[in-house]
Ligand binder design. Structure first.
Ligand code: S3P
Length: 433
C-alpha cells in the first residue's frame, strides 16, 4: 500500500528529452502468470516493478512458484505446469490491481484447492460479478461479499467444464479470466466480445505454446495444452507514455522522444485520438518484441481541436481517458467522449474524478452517463486537487498543471507507484530539458 503524499507542480515553458517509459503493466502481469503456469524456466526482461505487478508476483510466490531476480534486472521464473500450483497458506492480497484479481480468479477456479483473494479499499468496491458469472457457468464455486459480486472472494477450485461465453462488455480481464480457466479443462472454451479488447493474453499464450485461436469477435482456447517456458521482453507501456504524449502536445515549445513503446493496435487508440485532435506524433523504428509491436514516438507541441470519441476507439484507449480529458481542456472547441461507461468502475469513477479535478481548475466539463463533454481552449488555473487514490488521475492532473496559469497541489500523489514508478522524477527531467 502506497504512502499518502502530495506534490506541487509548477507551469513549464517547454519540455525536452529522450527516454523510455517503464514496462507495460498488462503485459508484465501476463508474463508473470503465464511463466508460472508454463513448464520450465522463463526469463523476463523489462518487467514493470509497479505495485500492481508486484501483487501478481507475490501471489504466485504464495502459490509455490520460485522466482529469482538477477542483478541485471531479469526475472527468472520456474514454472510448474498447468497442474503444479500449491494451495496458499494465507489470503492472497491483490492490492489495487483489478487485473491480478480477475485473472487470478480464472486460474484459481480451476485449481483443486481453496483460496481467498482480497484487495485494497478501492479494489474491494469494484465489480467482480463480471468474472464470477462466466466462471460459475463453467462450474466454479466462488463466494464473495455483496451477494457474490465483490471481494474478498473465496474460491473452492476444481471441477470445471468448458464454456462458450458471450461477454456483454469488451473487457480483457473478463476474456482472459475465462480463457485461463478454459486452459485447465478438457475441450474448447470460447469467449465472444462486443468489441475487441486488448489481446495481450491471446498473443502471449500463443507465444508460450497454447492452442489458441483469435477470430473476429472473440478467441477460443483448447484445454490441457501445456505451456513451455520462454524468454519475454516487455515493451514500454503506452498507457504511461500517454501522459508524456499529452504533455508534449499541450506545453508550447516541446519535443519529446519516447523510445520502445508498445503500439499493439488494441492499445494504440490514444495515438489515433491525439492525431485526430491535430497532435503531431510520429512513429519510427517499428519492430516486434516477443509477439508485440513496438515503436519510438516523437511528439511535438501542437494546436489541438476538440473531437467526438466513441465506439471501437473506447476499448482501444480505455485507460487513457483521464489524460484525453486534459488534452481536450487545451483543445479549441468541444470534445465529447461517449460509450465509456466502464470509466465509472475503474480504480475510481474516472468520469466523476476528472470532472471534479478539471472543473475546479475552471474547465467547462460536464459528466455524461457514459462519458464527458469538455469545452476546451480557456486557460486553466492552479489550486489543489485530490487524486482519489487513482494513479491515472494523479498523473493526468500533473500533466494539466504543466500548462496552468499557476501552481497545482496534487493530494494523495504517491499512488503513481501503482503503474509508473519514477513518474515524478521523469516529469522533472523532461521539464529541465
Ligand atoms: C487490463 C484491461 C483493462 C484495463 C486495465 C488492465 C488488463 O480493463 O482498463 O487497466 O490488463 O487486462 P478491462 O478488463 O475492462 O478491459
Amino acid at each position: 500500500m502506497h504512502k499518502i503524499e502530495s506534490r506541487i507542480i509548477t507551469p513549464k515553458n517547454g519540455l525536452r528529452g529522450e527516454f523510455v517509459v517503464p514496462g507495460d503493466k498488462s503485459i508484465s502481469h501476463r508474463a508473470i502468470m503465464f511463466a508460472s503456469l508454463a513448464k520450465g524456466e522463463s526469463h523476463i526482461r523489462g518487467l514493470l516493478r509497479g505495485e500492481d505487478c508486484l501483487s501478481t508476483l507475490s501471489a504466485f510466490k504464495s502459490l509455490g512458484i520460485e522466482v529469482v531476480e538477477t542483478a541485471d534486472d531479469e526475472l527468472i521464473i520456474q514454472g510448474c505446469g498447468l497442474a503444479g500450483l500449491k494451495e496458499p497458506h494465507d489470503v492472497i492480497d491483490c492490492g489495487n490491481s483489478g487485473t491480478t484479481m480477475r485473472l487470478m480468479s480464472g486460474i484459481l477456479s480451476a485449481q483443486p484447492f481453496f483460496s481467498i483473494l482480497t484487495g485494497d479499499q478501492y479494489l474491494r468496491k469494484r465489480p467482480m460479478g463480471r468474472v464470477i458469472d462466466p466462471l460459475t457457468s463453467m462450474g466454479a464455486k466462488i463466494l464473495g461479499r455483496n451477494n457474490h459480486t465483490k471481494a474478498p472472494l473465496a474460491i473452492d477450485g476444481g471441477g470445471l467444464k468448458p464454456v462458450d461465453y458471450h461477454s456483454p462488455i469488451a473487457s480483457a480481464q473478463v476474456k482472459s479470466a475465462v480463457l485461463l480457466a478454459g486452459m485447465h479443462v478438457d475441450g474448447e472454451t470460447t469467449v465472444f466480445e462486443p468489441h475487441l479488447s486488448r489481446d495481450h493474453s491471446e498473443r502471449m499464450l500463443r507465444y508460450f505454446g497454447a492452442d489458441l485461436e483469435s477470430f473476429s469477435g472473440g478467441a477460443r482456447v483448447k484445454g490441457r495444452v501445456e505451456l513451455t517456458g520462454r524468454e519475454v521482453v516487455v515493451p514500454g507501456d503506452i498507457s504511461s507514455a500517454a501522459f508524456f504524449l499529452v504533455a508534449g502536445l499541450i506545453v508550447p515549445n516541446s519535443e519529446i522522444l519516447l523510445q520502445n513503446v508498445g503500439i499493439n493496435p488494441t492499445r494504440s487508440g490514444i495515438i489515433d485520438i491525439l492525431q485526430l485532435m491535430g497532435g503531431s506524433i510520429e512513429l519510427t523504428n517499428q519492430r516486434e518484441l516477443s509477439g508485440e509491436p513496438v515503436a519510438d514516438l516523437l511528439v511535438k507541441s501542437s494546436d489541438l481541436s476538440g473531437i467526438e470519441i466513441g465506439g471501437e476507439l473506447i476499448p482501444r484507449a480505455i485507460d487513457e481517458f483521464p489524460v484525453v480529458s486534459v488534452a481536450a481542456a487545451f483543445a479549441a472547441g468541444v470534445t465529447t467522449i461517449r460509450d465509456a461507461k466502464e470509466l465509472r468502475v475503474k480504480e475510481t469513477d474516472r468520469i466523476a474524478a476528472m470532472c471534479d479535478c478539471l472543473g475546479s481548475l475552471g474547465v467547462d466539463i460536464v459528466p455524461l452517463e457514459d462519458g464527458m463533454r469538455i469545452v476546451g481552449g480557456k486557460p486553466l488555473c492552479g489550486g489543489e486537487v485530490n487524486s482519489f487514490g487513482d494513479h491515472r488521475i494523479a498523473m493526468s492532473m500533473a500533466i494539466a498543471a504543466l500548462n496552468a496559469t499557476s501552481e497545482l497541489k496534487i493530494l494523495d500523489s504517491a499512488c503513481t507507484e501503482t503503474s509508473f514508478p519514477g513518474f515524478w522524477e521523469l516529469l522533472n527531467q523532461v521539464s529541465k530539458g
